[in-house]
Write a protein that binds this ligand. Structure first.
Ligand SMILES: Nc1ncnc2c1ncn2[C@@H]1O[C@H](COP(=O)(O)OP(=O)(O)O)[C@@H](O)[C@H]1O
Ligand SMILES: [Mg+2]
Length: 240
């Protein structure tokens, strides 16, 4: 028995070291790609400006091709940023915090963008909410990723509800949108890395969200109906 658990320990340590090495390598690779990519993007922009000034018959066609390259490079940059976000989730900085305050701050920040997209934000924050151990910067990222998805599901605007409440020693946060909703297939795959139904999506938004919530010892669930909308429910342990 003792020998077995010793071997299990050794195996776990070996796997952990291997995982850490792969994570470091992948993170390093993403950074190595990001640097030349930003040089490429900058030069493409300069090239575009040069092309605008010369008027040969081919210059329109050249500009169109240039824009395609720019778009694809921008997409690569988004994927790399999303990847780095996902990879960074390991290092949590948990402090006793107020989920309501986090949500209000997020709404203040997001309101102007929402307005531009025709999205009304409706908050319902419980006033008896106990504190919870939170990494505020990662939790902001959770709200941002969920709100971005909600906005993408409401291309013609809609309603975004943000609710908090206390339940059985936990604090609950719900984000409800009136968007397109998801079919069964999307619902079953949405937390898989690189699964995306949106043009140019990284497919890392929800996997990052779930990783952050699980690192907080919390859970995230989703209900969705095509054509009606989507509700994400996050449940975190309350402090005390
Ligand atoms: N609020 C939502 N409404 C409808 N579909 C959603 C919503 N949130 C996520 N999805 C679906 O889940 C998929 C995965 O989301 P995500 O991991 O954030 O990747 P991405 O946004 O890059 O596609 C999206 O492509 C979309 O199909
Ligand atoms: Mg997303």
């Amino acid at each position: 028995m003792a020998v077995d658990s010793h071997l299990e320990d050794q195996e776990r340590q070996r796997l952990q070291a291997q995982y850490a090495e792969i994570a470091t390598l992948a993170g390093g690779l993403a950074h190595e790609i990001k640097n030349p990519l930003s040089t490429i993007l900058m030069n493409l922009e300069l090239l575009g400006e040069d092309l605008e000034t010369i008027s040969v018959p081919e210059s329109r066609r050249m500009l169109t091709k240039l824009h395609t390259v720019q778009q694809e490079c921008g997409r690569l940059e988004n994927v790399l940023d999303a990847f780095l976000q996902f990879a960074r989730v390991g290092e949590l900085d948990l402090t006793e915090g107020d989920l309501n305050r986090l949500v209000s701050n997020f709404i203040d920040f997001y309101q102007p963008k929402a307005k531009e997209r025709g999205i009304d934000i409706s908050p319902h924050l419980a006033n008896d909410l106990p504190p919870a151990k939170l990494d505020s910067s990662l939790m902001r990222q959770v709200l941002m990723n969920l709100a971005l998805n909600a906005a993408q599901a409401m291309p013609d605007g809609g309603l975004l509800e943000l609710q908090t409440r206390a339940a059985d020693g936990r604090v609950l946060l719900e984000m409800i949108d009136s968007g397109n909703g998801m079919d069964e297939r999307t619902l079953s795959k949405m937390f898989q890395t690189f699964f995306s139904t949106t043009q140019g999506g990284s497919g890392l938004g929800l996997p990052t969200v779930r990783k952050i919530i699980e690192a907080h010892h919390g859970t995230i669930t989703c209900q969705s109906e095509p054509g009606r909308g989507t509700r994400f429910t996050i449940s975190l342990p309350a402090s005390e």
